[in-house]
Design a protein around this ligand. Sequence first.
Ligand SMILES: [Zn+2]
Length: 296
Amino acid sequence: MIAVALLLLILVAGVGFLYWLLVVTEGAYLGSGVVAFLYDRGAASYDRVKQFDAVDDARRLALPLVRALRGVKRPLVLDVATGTGRLPQTLLRNLEFEGTIVGLDVSMGMLREAKRKTARYHGRVYWLWKDAMDLPFANDSFDAVTCLEALEFMRDPVGAVKEMARVLRPGGTLVATNRIGLDGLLMPGRAFSKATLEARLADLPLVSLETKKWQAYYDLVWGRKEGSLPAGARPREIEQVLWCPRCHGSALSVGSTRLACQSCGSKYPIKNDIIWLQTAPQQSQLGVGSAERCRE
Ligand SMILES: [Zn+2]
């Protein structure tokens, strides 16, 4: 009898652990390949499940971001882990925003959804298939960097924010989210107390930090990189800020079907307007794509 009870206990604990590993934390502790795999599978129904409030996004995301970017000529914005393009959509709907957005994600399925939903803004948003731990951009590239509902799914959230601060121009704005409440407690090492996260961001160094209550499970954190954005400076194009994920060479020539690195010779395909910068082993692990990373 005791043996049966023990067996049942182990079974329940095992099921509970698997539920936490795959559902509650969405594969976050199994690596970015698993996260991408799960998001690929859920991409088509993602927005239906999340039920974003477009009016609230316009008021609490787009409007303050546009205000922060006032004075910058055609600002360049990076949205890390862009998902189905929630941030690009709300920003592009704001008529005062005249800039360009780069949406980056590790899930090709989510990027395809994002591209479909922003088709009317063709030419104002670029989609990059790439994880966030090694951003393929030169230092001081973007006027704003955003990352919504995603830090906790990254292997090293603090390292990821450090990368975001690296590619942010002095004076540029950073917007990120921090998982809170029970959901935050269930993700040890991936979610932080308000004080801890602000201290980590201040170390980067980011200034003017402000944590705001946003959604039931997320705080919204705003900060600014030390320095000031040069008002009226010549706008930057994506070709000027991209660098090769392999050699970090900045001389990438952009064609209609691929990028080519002048330094190491690596080539990266562009398919259906999505730039494939994700490098192995992710592709080979999950069969998302194969031999797309070509070197000639
Ligand atoms: Zn290269």
